[in-house]
Design a protein around this ligand. Structure first.
Ligand code: ZN
Length: 327
């Protein structure tokens, strides 16, 4: 650089400093891009629909057998800030070719201010609520069923048959159980009635283990709730495991599968189920999906130390599956 060049450069910087920083031509965006991710399993098309994230303040009650310091160490190991657990919600749409099936229904904007964007993202995906043929429910916690209805009690998916696990229905619709439940849990019983009471004739109850739609089979995964159910999806020679709330946050509960989150109603059974799910996914190298994994909530599970590691699926274009060329 010549002396003259350097002088010109310094003069230029001084001018910029005097005028203040120039604004970029494109303003900073105030919102995230659409939360829609499509992927494929054999001939089945899957669409992950983001419903937002709830940022839960962590206290010593979050995990029954680990204190806040241990939880914060696990968050730090995942490069997450301390004391806040990000709980994201992802609704999975399964297009089998003959049916459009939704697994769990989102929060309906009734859980947290930062969640409830599922319908907006569904519109971006080009899917109208009336196109959903069936809603399959994993369990009756409000963040999984509230999206069935608006706050005012209107059905959101007018043509969808609703399928629920039989033991989940039996538990939450039991009047005697509701009356003796602690207040915190009583809210869940009341909420289940708000969503389902007038839909009883339209709701089909299935026994966990049964096929719920072509290629979608339910799997008993009890512990988180008494009837909590996972699903396997199979198409051609591929299969995946839709784990519901068996694992929840992967950086806490896949890495530390024996930690018992307070949200698991039966902590020991929940931990046993979690290990079974993770072990099956790792051993069979299945694609996994889980409602509270970071969006798009899909990937693989690898064994790691005494626990497991989520290996997130990389974003990829929706190309047709390569098939061997004829001839
Ligand atoms: Zn949940």
């Amino acid at each position: 650089m010549t002396t003259i060049d350097r002088r010109a450069l310094l003069a230029g910087s001084a001018a910029v400093l005097a005028a203040g920083p120039a604004l970029a031509a494109a303003p900073k965006a105030g919102v995230q891009g659409p939360g829609v991710y499509r992927y494929r399993l054999g001939d089945t098309q899957l669409t992950a629909i983001d419903d937002g994230t709830w940022f839960v303040k962590i206290d010593d009650d979050l995990v029954r057998n680990a204190d806040t310091a241990a939880v914060n160490r696990a968050l730090a190991a995942a490069f997450l800030p301390p004391n806040i657990l990000p709980v994201s919600f992802t609704v999975l749409l399964v297009n089998t070719g003959s049916k459009l099936v939704m697994i769990d229904a989102g929060t309906g904007g009734q859980i947290a201010d930062t969640a409830g964007v599922m319908l907006a993202n569904l519109a971006v995906a080009g899917i109208e609520p009336k196109a959903v043929d069936a809603i399959v429910i994993s369990h009756f916690h409000p963040d999984h069923i509230n999206g069935i209805k608006t706050k005012d009690g209107e059905k959101v998916f007018p043509n969808a048959e609703i399928l629920v696990p039989e033991p989940e229905w039996t538990f939450w619709m039991d009047e005697a159980r509701m009356n003796t439940a602690p207040d915190r849990i009583k809210l869940y019983f009341r909420n289940a009635r708000r969503i389902f009471a007038d839909l009883e004739k339209e709701v089909r109850r299935f026994r966990p283990g049964a096929e719920v739609a072509p290629g979608i089979t339910s799997i008993p995964a009890f512990g988180h709730t008494p009837g909590h159910t996972a699903f396997s999806i199979a198409s051609r020679n591929q299969s995946m495991l839709v784990m519901g709330d068996a694992v929840r946050n992967p950086y806490l509960f896949a890495r530390h599968p024996d930690w018992q989150p307070a949200f698991d109603m039966d902590g020991a059974l929940g931990a046993k189920t979690r290990r079974q799910m993770l072990d099956r996914a790792a051993a069979d190298r299945m694609l996994v999906e889980a409602y509270h994994f970071p969006f798009p909530a899909c990937g693989h599970i690898a064994r790691s130390g005494k626990g497991y590691e989520l290996v997130p699926a990389p974003w990829q274009p929706l190309a047709p599956e390569p098939r061997p060329r004829a001839g």
